[in-house]
Design a binder for this molecule. Structure first.
Ligand SMILES: Nc1ncnc2c1ncn2[C@@H]1O[C@H](COP(=O)(O)OP(=O)(O)OP(=O)(O)O)[C@@H](O)[C@H]1O
Ligand SMILES: CC(C)(CO)[C@@H](O)C(=O)[O-]
Ligand code: BAL
Length: 354
């Protein structure tokens, strides 16, 4: 079955591989280009900006929506991960209308209307994605996996040991299924972009990796599907990560290049905000733990003592917003009533200067 959505939709929804491959072959024969945007759904402006970029550079955009079990650790939030199929479909439909109104919409490569639109959503079952052994999150579990070491063990990988094995594996599967001309990933998940680039290079995958800038809320918080768990109090305090990274960026821009100076500026902000929260009562405060703030090489993610301005650096961090200690039902506590810990990640890139 090629499509499970009503005819009125402007794209097809694929649950299985063979019909999608058929479409892909047709597109290849008619000289069209495919940009793939892999997602786990719960779409927000960050995802939509990637789709817009893909539509500007390809005749056809394929969006995958699949909450991939193997990238969640055994005690992580696979079950409660937000799943918002109806509104995801609505957003993509609206975006296609927007692309059409801007004069885009599936032009053929080389014509003046090259920019395209979303023509396919891939929303496979786990049986399709993991056809033989069931997907496992166990470190020593059986299965066919792609591992990219040591990149996958650093930063996010240190706290989430199976995360990048799961990401690389599912992306390899998606790339093999779709054979996209280009793949689109967000800078918000910067380590993921480094790992995907490495995987594409090391496995000679014939696709171009494109990175979209991080889309932020009005105050700078990076958009993320998991932000719905924050609620007002943790949402406000959660800005600490971005503020800390900005302080470090300011230090770099004012001429500092040493790790101590750059990360010192970030840590000072984080400590100040934490001290201010600790001084409040449990019904007023939102506590957090800084997992890491890193200053690393853009290609291999090794920690830097000094930034070489000709190579640049990746400044990244992760903060765990702890569950609210005390709260009232009148307060907006977010999905999960403020009881779910929320991991926030963010980063800023120090671009190489020539
Ligand atoms: N704020 C953002 N700006 C740009 N791209 C983003 C943003 N948030 C997510 N993306 C990108 O969208 C793609 C799909 O991400 P995903 O579906 O996991 O959403 P997410 O918001 O990152 O969710 P999560 O809360 O799990 O981190 C990834 O390439 C990711 O980097
Ligand atoms: C790339 C991805 C869709 C793989 O499941 C996921 O890690 C994500 O959404 O960033
Ligand atoms: N965007 C990253 C997906 C995850 O945290 O599992």
């Amino acid at each position: 079955m090629a499509s499970q959505t009503p005819k009125s939709h402007s794209f097809q929804v694929f649950r299985d591989v063979p019909p999608l491959r058929q479409l892909r072959q047709q597109l290849l024969r008619s000289d069209r280009t495919v940009g793939l945007v892999p997602t786990m759904g719960a779409l927000h402006e960050g995802h939509l900006s990637l789709i817009r970029q893909a539509a500007a550079e390809n005749t056809d955009v394929f969006v995958s929506i699949y909450v991939n079990p193997t990238q969640f650790g055994v005690n992580e939030d696979l079950e409660s991960y937000p799943r918002t199929w109806d509104s995801d479909i609505e957003k993509i439909e609206k975006l296609n209308a927007e692309l059409a109104s801007h004069g885009q919409g599936n032009g053929v490569k080389g014509s003046s209307t090259t920019p395209g639109r979303v023509t396919a959503i891939l929303a496979p079952t786990s049986k399709v994605m993991y056809p033989t052994l069931p997907p496992t999150s166990e470190i020593h579990g059986y299965g066919s996996f792609v591992t990219i070491t040591p990149l996958a063990t650093k930063l996010e990988g240190a706290s989430r040991p199976v995360f990048f094995r799961g990401v690389a594996t599912v992306c390899m599967k998606l790339f093999n299924i779709v054979t996209p001309d280009r793949v689109y990933f967000g800078q918000k998940d910067v380590q993921q972009t480094v790992i995907i680039r490495r995987m594409v290079q090391d496995f000679h995958l014939g696709t171009e990796v494109k990175i979209g800038t991080t889309v932020r809320e009005h105050d700078g918080l990076a958009m993320s599907s998991r932000n719905v768990y924050l609620g007002d109090r943790r949402r406000a305090v959660g800005l600490v990560l971005y503020s800390a990274l900005k302080a470090a960026e300011n230090a770099f821009e004012s001429g500092k290049v040493s790790r101590a100076d750059i990360l010192g500026a970030a840590n000072e902000v984080a400590q100040k905000v934490l001290a201010a929260q600790k001084a409040l009562s449990p019904s007023e405060r939102a506590l957090f733990e800084v997992d890491y703030i890193s200053l690393a090489d853009p290609d291999d993610l090794t920690e830097l003592e000094v930034v070489d301005r000709t190579r640049g650096a990746i400044l990244s961090g992760a903060v765990k917003m702890l569950p609210l200690e005390e709260s009232s039902p009148e307060e907006n506590r977010g999905l999960g009533d403020g009881k779910v810990p929320v991991r926030l990640i963010d980063n800023l890139i120090f671009k190489p200067k020539v």
